[in-house]
Design a protein around this ligand. Structure first.
Ligand SMILES: Nc1ncnc2c1ncn2[C@@H]1O[C@H](COP(=O)(O)OP(=O)(O)OP(=O)(O)O)[C@@H](O)[C@H]1O
Ligand SMILES: [Mg+2]
Length: 484
């Protein structure tokens, strides 16, 4: 689903363009009433395409175009023009607009133009992130506008011409593997394989055979000859993840490969030449480990020829919004959704959180929210509970008191209370239980705007039970939903 913004001061025209696009079921359409309003919206949301009028109050289309292209050159802009402003439209195309359509706009012409524009920009460039990014294979992006990330991009670029080993440092989820892959796809050996091995996941007694392979019968259980990861990675890159967990004997053997470019499979007396670029990564304090004799100093210096350190997400606040938008694009594509952006409350919650699991945790939170979210914005209602608690974010009930009252005739006198009050002269357990249930369900539905799945999940009621009770108490869930 692609997001389109229609910018025109004529509400009737906006509506007709919107209807034509929405009818194709390929686009989610938003509106802006002039250039200034459009720029505000573009900075907050992810639009793939903007349909822009030329003659508007406050900011003209041509000026708006400049701002849009400055902000994000990958947004496709189509000018909508009346005959009188056709010259301006031609200028706009020179300034980076894709093309123009003439007013009055015919629905079919518009759709044809929009589809042509999208075909010209492949979908991959459509999902290009708006912040400074490094593009990898199949449209994957590394978002990074901070000085530290720009330095990383610069190093990746410098590494494209040399095959020196690289050591990537950074806490869990900061993007070490993503950067390793970026180095590979930008290197001279990009057509060779990228082989990743997690050093903390291999049993010590199998390590050597895993890296260098073994001959048949070389040890108990070696009933066949086996090729090691070095041979698989020949002509490409071997990514040694969690290198700090490599057993010390293997550290010696790895050092030999780095120095002499040869290795010997287990049980063989034949040396094999190797041409493999080594990228290692770790989140462990190697310098301290050296002092405790847990990591070899000579290997450290050999690997550390080109160190890259990735910052924690909490130290990259500037990138937070671009990363969120990057993942919104990714999951819109993956889950066929049309979420435009996150609400200011959700963003503020993201900003307050410290992200101990870094970018991986952010991505997981967004993926989780995508599953729950039913509107076209990520709201705090779809964020995990622990995030709300840690950041002190309160799920505000919607001010729907009149609707609640409308539903709550069984318990009218208790509307001001926090759930049912007990009245001594009507001390009847079943009646009070029902009154409580009804009021509880109404409160929960109010908080989650009448959404059954979210209410059931957050209020911890099985969905079937919730539906049964809603029917029993004659509650109308539409009363709790946003006005269309
Ligand atoms: N700068 C970035 N821009 C966009 N996506 C990113 C960025 N950094 C990391 N990611 C995404 O975050 C997730 C975690 O990244 P990655 O696996 O590379 O981290 P890691 O440092 O290797 O983590 P771990 O130490 O837990 O193995 C991946 O899905 C990756 O695509
Ligand atoms: Mg990793």
């Amino acid at each position: 689903m692609l997001n389109v913004l229609v910018v025109d001061d004529d509400a009737g025209l906006r509506l007709s363009v919107k209807s034509a696009l929405v009818a194709t079921e390929k686009f989610a359409v938003d509106e802006a009433f002039d250039g200034v309003n459009a720029i505000e919206k573009i900075k907050k949301c992810n639009y793939n395409m903007v349909l822009l009028d030329v003659d508007m109050p406050r900011m003209k289309g041509l000026e708006a175009l400049k701002h849009i292209k400055e902000y994000d050159p990958s947004i496709i802009v189509i000018i909508m023009t009346a005959y009188a402003t056709i010259d301006d439209a031609v200028t706009a195309v020179k300034d980076g607009a894709y093309n123009y359509v003439s007013k009055p706009i015919k629905g079919e012409d518009l759709i044809q133009m929009v589809e042509k524009a999208l075909a010209a920009h492949s979908l991959i460039s459509q999902v290009a992130a708006s912040a400074p990014t490094l593009t990898m294979e199949s449209g994957r992006k590394i978002v990074g506008s901070t000085a530290q990330m720009q330095k990383v991009f610069h190093i990746i670029d410098r590494l494209s011409k040399v095959d020196t080993p690289v050591l990537i440092r950074g806490s869990s989820g900061t993007g070490k593997e993503l950067v390793a892959r970026a180095i590979h796809v930008n290197s001279r050996s990009k057509d060779g394989p990228f082989v990743a091995i997690n050093c903390s996941a291999i049993p010590e007694n199998l390590f050597e055979s895993e890296l260098f392979g073994h001959e048949k019968g070389s040890f108990t259980g070696a009933d066949q000859r086996k090729i090691g990861k070095f041979q698989y990675a020949e002509g490409g890159t071997l990514f040694l993840d969690e290198v700090g967990d490599m057993p010390s004997l293997m550290q010696v053997k790895l050092l030999r490969v780095l120095q002499e470019k040869v290795f010997t499979p287990v049980g063989s007396n034949r040396e094999i030449q190797t041409n493999v670029r080594i990228i290692a990564a770790t989140n462990r304090p190697l310098e301290e480990m050296i002092k405790n004799n847990d990591f070899r100093e000579d290997l450290y210096y050999r690997l550390n020829v080109m160190p890259i350190t990735l910052p924690a997400l909490k130290d990259r606040q500037e990138d937070l919004e671009s990363l969120i938008n990057n993942f919104i694009r990714k999951y819109n594509e993956k889950q066929g959704k049309r979420i435009i952006s996150c609400t200011p409350e959700a963003l503020s919650c993201f900003k307050k959180y410290e992200w101990p699991g870094n970018i991986r945790e952010l991505e997981n939170v967004i993926e989780h929210a995508f599953i729950l979210e039913e509107s076209n914005h990520l709201t705090i209602h779809s964020l995990p509970e622990n995030l709300l608690i840690v950041t002190g974010t309160e799920l505000k009930a919607k001010p729907l008191v009149s609707n609640v009252n409308k539903n709550n005739d069984l318990n009218k006198e208790n509307n001001n209370s926090d759930l049912v009050q007990i009245n001594d002269d009507k001390l009847d357990f079943n009646k009070h239980k029902e009154a409580f249930e009804k009021e509880f369900i109404i409160k929960a539905l109010t908080m989650f705007r009448g959404r059954i799945n979210q209410t059931a999940l957050h209020a911890n009621i099985p969905k079937k039970t919730l539906l049964r009770k809603i029917e029993k108490y004659g509650i109308n869930t539409r009363d709790f939903m946003d006005a269309p």
